[in-house]
Each structure stands twice: as structure tokens, then as C-alpha cells.
Design a protein. Sequence first.
Length: 327
Amino acid sequence: MTLSQQETTPPPFDPELGAALTAVAEVIASALTADMIPAMRIGGPLDSLTDDELRRGGKFTVEERLVPSLDGDPDVSLLICRPAAAESALGCIYHTHGGGMIIGDNRTGMAEMLDWAEEFGLVVVSVEYRLAPETPHPGPVNDCYAGLVWTAGHADELGFDPARLIVAGGSAGGGLAAALALMARDRGGPALHGQMLIYPMLDDRNDTPSAHQMAGLGVWDRTSNHTGWTALLGDARGGPDVSPYAAPARATDLGGLPPAFIDVGSAETFRDEDVAYATRIWQAGGVAELHVWPGAFHGFDAMVPQAALSQEAKAARVRWLRRLLDA
């Protein structure tokens, strides 16, 4: 793709978020390369909550359970957090964590999932999928799908309404959640009530105008994106034969999917692929709510949670969940 200078001029960062970028850069560089993966897995930038933090003073019970995999893969570990005071929950958030497919674990990103669980009385199940490059596609998404099938099949045991099962994730986890919605549609289940895609990582081609605009800027730039996708797909990255279950932007049909919430920053790599994904859901006759947060970089709400824009983004997700769960 050949882009003009005007097309590669980056949009400005939100002043409050931009002021925090210097501190953010001390934790996570814009451009991550493959040789940096081992160090990032040791005390890296992503949170990983303890059991005590997950329990929230006794509000939740916490357990880890091994469940069967697909096709002879290793068993899959699920982190299960259930409301302690209620005999049954309204529904379930099935969570796929972020980390560019290369870092993180099933405790990453759980703080917001538990906020929703407290608000609405939900079970949260978070899957420990194998990471790339040690496990390339389809290993990670197969782990996620195996855990989803088990969760749906054990709704009575876990105490939630199986008609209110929602997949949710941020960044790479958002891409995996989108892939699960495609897999569930194509394989005849499990039935999903919704998909929460928080600045999802959807397109391995890494060649949109926003990917070029934000090169070397903010968080998870074009170099980082190349690193993550190459870890997952190897030499197939960007080629003609990439599965939509690896990169959901490759799907030719976005019809028949559960309602989607998609948000993204205007000043991040994933902006254009996420806007395109929402647009194609509408074009296929589906339901999607799209938010493009002006001047936001990737992961802004997690890294600068006190910022006004971060608070707006979190509140929008809660409002969508409320409407979805009331439907």
C-alpha cells in the first residue's frame, strides 16, 4: 500500500492520555520485537491478579479447573469466579485475555470482568490458552473454543443462565473472542448472547492507514503487531491462506453473529480494522455498537484508568452490557 504524507500524519493524542505516555513508555515500548518476548513474560506490563484480589473480600469464589481440549491437545485450564452470595447468576462472561498472543495469562484483564460481574451478578470464566510462538495457530483459539464448549455445557453446575453467555476480551483477547463467535456460528454452538470486543486485534495483514500512521507511536505499533502476528502465524502471516479463526478480519461472511460491542482508539494501530469489522457486521445485517475514542492509544483505559476518556469507555461497556442482559 502506498500512502501519502497526509494519510500517514497521526491523529493527536488526547491531552490527558498523551501526558501519560512518557510514563507508559517506561513500562511498554511502542515497538516490540521477538527477542523482547521472554523479558516481557517476566514482570511484564500486564496485570495478573492474586486469588485474594479475585475474591474481592469474599464477594467471589475462585477455582482453577482443567477441562478437556480439542483433538488431543493438552487439557485447558479455566479460572472460574462465581458470586459467593447468590445461588444462581444472571449470565456468564467467558474471557479471553489480551497480550498480543505472546504474553499474559487467564488472570490478565480480570479486574474489569469482575467489575461487570459485581454490577450484574455474573459468573466469569477466563481461559488459559497456550501462547505463541511456542504454540502457533490453531492451538490458542482451539484452547479457547474447548473451554467455551465446556463452560456452556456446565452452565447448571456453574450456576448461570446458558442463554446469557457472552464472550469478551481486549486486544488479542478481543480477536480471540471474535474468532469464537465465528467458530460458534460455523460449528453450531455454543449459542452466544453477545461479543464484547475491546480494541480487538483482527487483521494479520497489518497494512491499514492507521497501522502506518501510528508506527513508532503510542502502544502496540506496527512493529509490535508484526511481532505478534508472526509469532502466531509464522511465514503465513499476511499471505492468502490465513484462517478467519486466526484473523477474524479474513472472514468473508459476518452474518449470523451475536450482537457486538467494538471499541478502539483513534490513535492506535487497530483503529481502521476495527471500524471495518463493525461496518461489515452492519452490511451483513448484524448488530454492532462501535465507539472510536478520540485521541486514545491502545490499552489507554487499563494504563491510564483515571483519565476522563478511560472512564467514559468503561461506562459505555457497562451500558451496553445492561441493555444486552435486559433484552
